[in-house]
Design a protein around this ligand. Sequence first.
Ligand code: UD2
Ligand code: MN
Length: 664
Amino acid sequence: MGLPFHKLKKLYILYLFLLVFAFFMFAISINLYVSSMQSNGGEGSHPKPPPKRRSLWPHKNIVAHYIGKGDIFGNMTSDDYNMNQFRPVETEGAYGRPVIIPPRDRFRMQRFFRLNSFNILASDRIPLNRTLKDYRTAECRDKKYGSGLPTASVIIVFHNEAWSVLLRTITSVINRSPRHLLKEIILVDDASDRTYLKRQLESYIRVLSVPTHLYRMKKRSGLVPARLMGAEHARGDVLTFLDAHCECSRGWLEPLLARIKESRNVVICPVIDIISDDNFSYTKTFEKHWGAFNWQLSFRWFSSERKRDTNVKDATQPTATPGMAGGLFAIDRKYFYEMGAYDSEMHVWGGENVEMSFRIWQCGGRIEISPCSHVGHVFRSTTPYTFPGGMIDVLTTNLARAATVWMDDWQYFVMLYTQGLSLHVRESVNVTERVALRKKLQCKPFSWYLENIWPEHFFPAPDRFFGKIIWLDGETECAQAYSRHMKNLPGRLLSREWKRAFEEVDSKAEEFTTLIDLERDKCLRPLKESAPRSSLQPVTVGDCTSHAQTMDLFVITPKGQIMTNDNICLTYHEPKQGMIKLLKNRNATTSNVMMTQCTNDSRQLWTYDMDTQQISHRDLKLCLTLKSATNSRSQKTEKVVLTMQCDFKDITQKWGLIPLPWRM
Ligand code: UD2
Ligand code: MN
C-alpha cells in the first residue's frame, strides 16, 4: 500500500526544495572557486589578470626588461597551446575600439592570457582587416611624396606568435602599403613549435596578394639572428622591420621611404602607438616623444621638448632621437650592411637596440622618428616565451657586448650599477670583431654621443658630480670630516660654484667613502622606494646602503641640475594654496620639493654654498631642509625634505657630496 496523496505531495515538495538548495550550494561553490582563482592572479598556477590600462604614457616605461615566469605553460595542455581560436566578429575592434569579453568567457580569457602575455580572446574576435582611424595630423595627411620612392622588404620575425595577431600584422602591411612600394614580406620563424605556424601558415601565405616568404631558423636563436636571416633574403631597397604583433595605420610607409630616399644614412622609426594587451584597442601616442636609455641600458621614452626640435618649422619633419626602441624601423638595405648589420652574437632578446642606437650615431648616421608614420604595437608587461640560456645571463651578456664596444669610459659605470652586470661578465664576452668594425668605420667616442646627440643625458661625466648626497647631522664621522674639510678651504666663503665644490670633494673622495657609515649616515632619496619614477615623488633621507635602483645616487651638472636615473630631477614644486597652509602647520607629508622628470627649467636649478654646506634653489634662494611631518593618511611621522628660509646655523640644512667612482 502506498502513502496517502497529501503525504506524497509533502515529500515531493521537500524533495524539490532539497534539489533547489543543492543546486544553489553548487553554484555558490563554483563561483567562489572561480573568484578565488582569479584573485590568486600570477601567484599560483593560474594566469595573472590582465594588467590595467596604461595611463601615464609617455613617461611610463613601456619597453622594459622582462620579468618572465619560468613556468610558462602552467596547467595549459598542449591542445590549449596549439589551439587556434580565431573567430572574427564583423565589427569587433572597428576603428581601433576595445573588445569587451562577455562575462561568461572571463575565466577562459584569464587562463589564456599567459600563453602570449596578451588577451588572445580579444584578438581572436577582431577581423584581420579591422579598420583603424587615420592617426595622422592634417599636415601629414596632405603631404605628397612624389614618385621614385625606394621599395621596401618588410621583415617580421616571430617566436610562437598567436595566429590572429601575426596575420593581422601581415594584413595591415598589405592593406595599408602602396602595392608598388612593397616588394615583399619576409617572415622568419625563430623555431616556433605551435602547430598552426607550420603547414597552416605556409598555405595561408601562398595566396596573399604580395609575395610573402617564410624562412625558418633551425634552432631557437633570438630576434637578432632571425632578422639577419630575413635581411639576407630581402631584395627591396629598404629593410623595414616590424614585430609580429603590430598594426600599420594609413600612410605609414611612405614617410619612412621618403626620408631614406632623401638621406640614406638615416634609420627612421615610425611613431609607435599602443595596442592594448588587455582589449586590443588602438591608442595614438604623442608624436613628439623621443627615446634613450637609463643607467641599466633599458630603453625609455621621454617627452620633454628638445632644443633642436624647436628649430624645425615643418611639423611633418622627422626628429632626431638618441635611442630607438628597436622593433620598428626602416633602413637602407646596403647601408644596413655597410654599418655592420647587427651583432650576431646577441641572442634571444635585448641589447640590440642599444647597440644599434650607439653605433648608428657614433659612426656617422642618424636615428629619427617620423611624426607622419604611425604603427601600433602590443606592449606586454612580461615575456611569454622561454629564454634559452637564462634570462639574466642572456640579457646581461647582450648588454655587456653593447657597452664594451661602444661606451668607452661609461661601460664601467653600467657594469658597476646594473644588477647582474659586472666586470666579470665583461671579461667573458669576445667582441674583437665589433671593435674592429668600430675602428674600420672610424666611429666617434661615446662622450661625443652624449654631448652632441643627447645633451640632456643623466649619466655621469667628467665635469659632473656623481655620488651620494648626505645629510650632515654633525655626528657621524663622515659628516664631521666633511664639514671640517669644507671649513678649512680658502675662498670657500665666496664659492657658490658647483664646479669648485666638485673639485674639492673629488680630492677627498677616498677619505669620505671610507668614512661613510652606510647605516648611520643619512642619504638623500625619494620617500617611497618602489613608487613609479614617473610620478611626483617627495624626498627624504635614509640609510646609505641602498643600491642604484633606489635612487640615492645623484648626478649634479655644473649648471646645478640634481639628477638621478631615468631622467628624474630634484625640483622646486610650487605648492598649491591648500598646501601652503599644510606646510605652515607641518602636519602633513607635503613638500615643495619633489623628484620629477627633468625638463631643463629653472625650477630644477640649485646652488651649493661651500661655506655653509647649504643647497639652495638658485632663483628663490630657499634652502633644502629636513623636517619631520605627519603623514595625513597614515598619521605616521616622516622626515621630509623641503625648501625654507636659509639659516646658516640650522643643522637640518647642511648637506655633503660624497663622490663615488664610476670609471676605471
Ligand atoms: C622591444 C622591441 C623589440 C626588440 C626588443 C629588444 C619594440 C616595439 N619592440 O621589445 O623589437 O628590439 O625591444 O630586444 O620596439 N622574437 C624572436 N625570437 C626570440 C624572441 C623574440 O623571434 O627569441 C621576436 C618576437 O616574436 C617579436 C620580436 O622578436 O616579434 C620582438 O620581441 P618582443 O615583442 O618580445 O619584444 P618587445 O616588443 O618587448
Ligand atoms: Mn614586441
